[in-house]
Design a protein around this ligand. Structure first.
Ligand code: ZN
Length: 139
């Protein structure tokens, strides 16, 4: 893994939490977008050496809606930046890691992403995030 790219944080409402990040913490929003395939609205916050990815469910079937229902708002996942995501997925599977996504799929910001099953990673939901296909990288 190259580095930690971002930390995903589940929130009920981005509009509701932005004053905390912007005014209370003094951080800047990089961009806000909707990822229809995941059923989420996403706000990227510039945390200096790392980004915070605020995830708001767009509907009740969203995995983020189910997460908030079960555990409440809070840290949802940690994302490692990788290159050659398909190769990384195969390497992890060969080492016995159970992947939620056995092939990479499009995620926020045009990155290709895949999640490891938390049962294989000691309770942490880890994301692999490959941005090598994107020309303009916000990081
Ligand atoms: Zn993420």
């Amino acid at each position: 893994m190259n580095k930690v790219d971002h930390i995903g944080i589940a929130v009920s409402s981005i509009d509701h939490v932005l004053p905390f990040y912007e005014q209370t913490l003094g951080l800047n929003v990089m961009k806000i977008e909707e990822v229809e395939t995941e059923g989420v609205k996403v706000a990227f916050i510039d945390g200096g050496n790392i980004k915070l990815e605020l995830l708001e469910p767009l509907h009740n079937e969203s995995p983020i809606a189910k997460f908030i229902e079960k555990k409440g708002e809070g840290i949802h996942h940690v994302a490692f930046g990788v290159e050659g995501i398909d190769q990384r997925i195969n390497e992890l599977r060969e080492k016995g890691v159970n992947m939620i996504n056995e092939t990479a799929k499009p995620g926020a910001g045009g990155a290709m992403v895949a999640f490891m099953h938390p049962k294989s990673s000691h309770g942490v939901l880890y994301e692999l995030c490959d941005k090598s296909n994107i020309r303009e990288d916000l990081s």
